[in-house]
Design a protein around this ligand. Structure first.
Ligand code: FE2
Length: 261
């Protein structure tokens, strides 16, 4: 099974790039399942129901997220009724939505799990390691293809999670830092891993936001949040090929594609 994993899609430039390119990418790489991180879709923070529906209609199958998912008021109601939009599984009990999606892709059972790291992150959520154990132990044995988005700041925490799940997940991919890392590989027991998929959005600014605004904010606390940047758009993602029968990854490759609207 070929799985396309798209890193944090940021604001309108990222959203438009995915809408315009997803079908081409699906065809070009014979993609069976397309997953993207959607926590920054609406101007950099969260997602609206309309944006999510557009992305699903365009060819995204499942969306993961992270710390910004509830920044838009309407996200909580939507996530509660849309099983294909995930929030971190290690958010406290009672948080709307789910951190796990299971479904069938071309006859194979698949799970997508969304976790969030705790190092240099807000103190809002539980330890992702035991939560990962619990979710994986609860999966039917037939669910062999298991994809994990580890939304985290610290590279060490993402690498530790990948080793922890090696042989139990088909792929562990990092999101959140918006900078693609060049360390994609298959771990010893068959788990595909990359520390960060990188951002899909405008590279003319600072991780998707207007550079002047970000610099001003670093210089003075009395500065409003920066707007998103525009131009120099790239789609950053990874392609993972998984053996459906065993759940082991055969190959992982990185994509970093310029996009002109
Ligand atoms: Fe994030």
């Amino acid at each position: 099974m070929k799985i396309l994993l798209i890193g944090d899609v940021v604001a309108r430039p990222g959203r438009v790039a995915v809408l315009e390119r997803i079908q081409d990418l699906r065809e070009q790489h014979a993609v069976d399942l397309a997953v993207m991180n959607a926590e920054n879709v609406a101007g950099g923070f969260s997602i609206t129901p309309q944006m999510a529906e557009e992305l699903f209609s365009a060819g995204i199958d499942v969306m993961t997220s992270g710390n910004h998912i509830f920044d838009k008021r309407e996200a909580a109601g939507y996530i509660a009724r849309q099983p294909r939009l995930l929030r971190p599984a290690n958010y406290p009990e009672g948080t709307p939505g789910s951190g796990l999606w299971t479904g069938e892709v071309g006859g194979a059972r698949v799970a997508v799990i969304n976790l969030m790291g705790r190092v240099y992150m807000p103190p809002t959520h539980d330890n992702p390691f035991p939560v990962a154990d619990r979710l994986l132990a609860g999966l039917d044995e037939e669910v062999r293809v298991r994809i994990v988005d580890m939304h985290a700041e610290a590279t060490s925490e993402k690498i530790a999670m990948a080793w922890y799940l090696d042989g139990r997940a088909s792929a562990v991919v990092g999101t959140h830092t918006h900078v693609q890392t060049a360390d994609e590989r298959i771990l010893a027991r068959g788990t595909a891993f990359i520390t960060d998929l990188g951002m899909t959005g405008s590279y003319s600014g600072c991780i998707g936001m207007d550079k002047e605004g970000v610099i001003a904010r670093f210089k003075s606390p009395a500065t409003p949040r920066a707007e998103h940047s525009k131009g120099d758009v790239r789609i950053c993602a990874a392609l993972v090929d998984v053996d459906d029968a065993t759940g082991r990854a055969r190959e992982i490759s990185r994509l970093s594609l310029p996009h002109e609207s």
